[in-house]
Design a protein around this ligand. Sequence first.
Ligand code: IPM
Ligand code: MN
Length: 380
Amino acid sequence: MAKKKASSRAGQTYRIAVIPGDGTGPEVVREGLKVLETVAETVGIRYETTEFDFSGARYLARGGDPAMPSIPVITEEDIARLKTFDAIYLGAVGDPKVAPGILEKGLLLRLRFELDQYINLRPVRLYPNVPCPLVGKGPKDVDFIVVRENTEGIYTGMGGVQYQGTPQEVSTQINCTTRFGAERAIRYAFEFCRRRNNPKRMVTLVHKTNVLTFAGGTWFRAFQEIGQEYPDIKKDYNHVDACCMWFVKNPEYYDVIVTDNIFGDIITDLAAIIQGGLGVAAGGNLNPGGLSMFEPMGGSAPKYTGQNVINPIAAIAAVGMLLRETGTHRGDKKLVDAGDRVERAILATTPKMKSQAAGRMGYSTTEVGDLVAEAVRKTA
Ligand code: IPM
Ligand code: MN
């Protein structure tokens, strides 16, 4: 954050923390880094990477209990070290040998919360020649952005369980919603909509205000009030259940969506399948003023691990986002251009692939990485 002047950027070396993580994470990250190296060479960007071995394997090797969280998956010192970087590139979190929740909460959610990555940005874009499960829909129909609030809602872990294991068992999971949290997500969405400059120029708030009247009310009021600062942008609202229906029926309706944490989690998986599957969906956990983390959405895919068959396109798209978002927030046009270049190289590569599904691409993981790297060199 200290580096402010554009002129001082020419020689700046960006420092990227790389967390390959579990399962197929390391395989796809390798291809992402291959493309990063190529685009950095082509455009003239200086960067260095440092690898962190945070993973299920490390947790177990350090004596972590596979059944319940017994030691921190990452420590305070790990987080302090990460904070010195310009961006984080994450492969995947999730190990079948470790009970669900331990790594997700101990690594991914912990980083989102501790680094205050309050935006989860999910571009939903159907690449050329990628089959869409929606009959009659093509790339021009599936092209929108979901801005998911990433630090609140029912993800905070507030609540508890009492009388566990008895017939009287009772649990609460609190939907922690703050005006502050809703407001910053909404503002980000409006600003993003302006930058994106799609002719639709519309932000859709997605919630469930007819039932969640308290939390929904906070979101709705914030949306209406902040919306007044953006007279050039259309304001729209969908209930989350209706939104799911519209994703399938009329995805071309959407431009930018803003929503809370859990609704965003759910609708972005639905969105991933209409953009061609988890092999292509990338996301960013953003702290726009600080340290952001970029990841493919596919997870660790244990059954494909080590076979060189997993699709690296999502991980490569995450590199594109890392460059574009870091460039945007640092005011470094070269980085933004590099991100756009990665995106164009993906657009040139997907038509060559037989499928976006693991094992059916017509190419191996490494070969797809090579194709994108080659396209980066060729596409101006
Ligand atoms: C995602 C993932 C995570 C989430 C899990 C792994 C905790 O599903 O990024 O969407 O629910 O946020
Ligand atoms: Mn999810």
